[in-house]
Ligand binder design. Structure first.
Ligand code: 5RP
Length: 219
């Protein structure tokens, strides 16, 4: 099985969590795209989806899946999304695609978060993947200095604007032994919209695509 086949396998496995007659929160990225394609095969069973990005909304619409505004739904039963890094404790780094803020909002509004990724994303300690931080543009330099002060190496994601019109600083050189603490600390810097650590509200279920098949954590 190659990496795309593993992504496709976990995307398919996530269908089992989709309740009939529900509205689903849908993430962003190549693994989430495989999930959208799978969701299209059962679209008559759901009422619609809330998208975590403009790109996801467009793909859902292309499949004929109704896209709803989060403000128009009272809550979501399920959110399905990928990750850039994941631990067995289901803490995640997300935001490689720059959609971290909307992803965090949709995850927060959902009862169950099923994270789908291939085995290359599983790590013992988060931080090898640069940690994305969405910042209000005028605060970029201030936030970067604050991050340097506690030992991170922020790099501006050049030529990139989020769907919210903001910028991304990718923090290199972190060894994240306290994901909950770092998530809170970064979010307390004025000018930070949010950061890509999903630890306070991590995934409830991690579906990991491996060469031997789909591994579910917790089993
Ligand atoms: C986008 C994300 C994605 O979930 C993350 O980047 C993983 O993407 P992919 O499935 O393409 O590896 O957080 O903001």
């Amino acid at each position: 099985m190659n990496q795309d086949e593993m992504k496709k396998a976990v995307a398919h496995a996530a269908l089992e969590f989709v309740p009939t007659g529900s509205i689903i929160g849908v993430g962003t990225g190549s693994t989430a795209n495989f999930f959208i394609d799978e969701l299209a095969t059962i679209k008559s069973r759901i009422d619609g989806a809330v998208a975590s990005s403009v790109a996801t909304a467009e793909r859902l619409k292309r499949h004929g899946i109704p896209v709803l505004d989060l403000n128009d739904v009272s809550g979501l039963g399920l959110y399905v999304d990928g990750a850039d890094e994941a631990t067995v404790h289901r803490a995640l780094v997300k935001g490689g695609g720059g959609a971290l803020t909307r992803e965090k909002i949709v995850a927060a509004a959902s009862k169950t978060f099923v994270c789908i990724c291939d085995e290359s994303k599983l790590v013992d300690v988060l931080g090898r993947f640069p940690l994305p931080v969405e910042v209000i543009p005028m605060a970029r330099s201030f936030v970067a200095r604050e991050i340097v002060a506690f030992g991170g190496r922020p790099e501006l994601r050049k030529g990139f604007k989020t769907d919210n019109g903001n910028e991304i600083l990718d923090i290199h050189g972190l060894t994240i032994t306290d994901p909950v603490g770092l998530e809170e600390r970064l979010n307390h810097i004025t000018g930070v919209v949010t950061n890509g650590l999903f630890a306070r509200r991590g995934a409830d279920i991690l579906l990991l695509g491996t060469r031997q098949g789909v591994r579910r954590i917790p089993a």
